[in-house]
Design a binder for this molecule. Structure first.
Ligand code: TXA
Ligand code: MG
Length: 331
């Protein structure tokens, strides 16, 4: 398949939207990482997205919306008369309005009870759906013009670092998808915070922190306890965000996490053995995944990343990615 590169002109976004409406796959920019767009209501399109990425199909996709009202197509929680079975969620409407006002468009994903119309292929057969409104004008237009909503996993091959510019998408998915919208590089650099609104639990940490959510909602916010554990191969290991259990973001070289004060010493030791070393002194959200891809290109033999200090929520979100990339290899 030939992968078409679209620009962000209205004409090109319209062409890309037509591809989505016909069940095709188009990668799109967001403020976090690039996403791989498919019609969220088309189970075959969702299957194609899993196949293009090589992703296990029990790992659910986030649905991207262009306006808060779009939630109505995915979940009954905004309805006044949501029905008996959703009565327990009637308080969610006010919460959503507050969060949307504060953080959308932006890097917050909320998990809601789903409508039966949302296919199991999109939600990994869960009875919930994850929803977010990305902060990217071309992508908001793409969603509006497509007439549907966009299921969108990160647009990388499964296991690779997430793509933070369109060229990364091309590296991984050229020939496997219909098109790529060549928008701006991503400002955020790590994926959205995933919040289960029913329990106010963060399932994946991101740039929107528990403190920010608590300040806006007045609710207590906690982390899923799986975020403090090393993912296990055990079939009984079930984190609330299924994606947290898979191998992720891995560079080609082995990667070690070291205390900051040991970093240059370890780099020197390995260089003395004639190894080509890549290192990151202070991992930052915006540049971390791009750095890993650079190390792949330079064909380094080993990578060191200094650990960020504990106790800070933003550092915790970044370290979540660093730990996964290094396969929890801590010196
Ligand atoms: O920033 C982002 O969120 C990016 C951009 C493209 O929007 N998207 C992204 O999608 O990171 P993906 O598919 O790579 O990660 C989705 C995460 C996974 O960890 C998945 O398990 C979790 O969200 N997730 C999706 N639906 C869920 C649900 N219904 N319940 C719990 N977790 C869910
Ligand atoms: Mg991903």
């Amino acid at each position: 398949m030939k992968t078409v590169i679209y620009d962000t002109s209205e004409k090109d976004i319209k062409r890309a939207a037509a591809v989505i409406a016909k069940g095709g796959l188009v990668a799109f920019p967001t403020e976090t990482v690039y996403g791989l767009g498919a019609d969220a209501f088309d189970s075959d399109a969702a299957k194609k997205a899993y196949a293009a990425k090589g992703r296990p199909s029990d790992n659910p996709l986030i649905v991207h919306i262009a306006k808060t009202e779009d939630i109505r197509r995915l979940s009954p929680v905004l309805e006044e008369t949501a029905g008996e079975e959703f009565k327990e969620y009637s308080g969610l409407k006010a919460l959503i309005e507050r969060l949307a006002e504060a953080f959308w468009p932006g890097p917050l994903t909320i998990v809601l009870p789903k409508r039966p119309e949302v296919p199991g292929e999109t939600t990994g057969c869960l009875d919930t759906v994850a929803v977010r409104m990305p902060a990217s004008e071309p992508t908001l237009s793409l969603i509006a013009m497509s007439g549907t909503l966009l299921a969108g996993p990160s647009a990388n091959l499964s296991g690779h670092p997430s793509p933070t510019c369109w060229e990364h998408v091309k590296e991984d998915l050229d020939g496997r998808i219909n098109g790529i919208i060549a928008g701006e590089p991503c400002e955020g650099g790590i994926e959205s915070t995933v919040l289960d609104l029913r329990t106010m639990t963060i399932l994946r940490p991101g740039l929107i922190t528990p403190e920010m959510i608590a300040a806006v909602t007045g609710e207590e916010v906690s982390y899923d306890k799986a975020l403090f554990e090393k993912p296990s191969e055990d079939p009984d290991y079930h984190p609330l965000a299924p994606g947290q259990k898979y191998k992720h973001y891995a560079p080609k070289a082995e990667m070690h996490i070291v205390p900051e004060e040991k970093l240059m010493e370890r780099v020197a030791e390995e260089e003395a053995k004639s190894k080509k070393v890549g290192y990151i002194q202070r991992p930052e959200a915006r540049t971390f995944f791009a750095k890993l891809r650079e190390f792949d290109e330079e064909a380094v033999d080993i990578i060191f990343a200094a650990a960020l200090p504990e106790g800070d929520s933003l550092s915790f979100s970044i370290m979540n990615r660093v730990l996964k990339s290094a396969g929890y290899n801590i010196e």
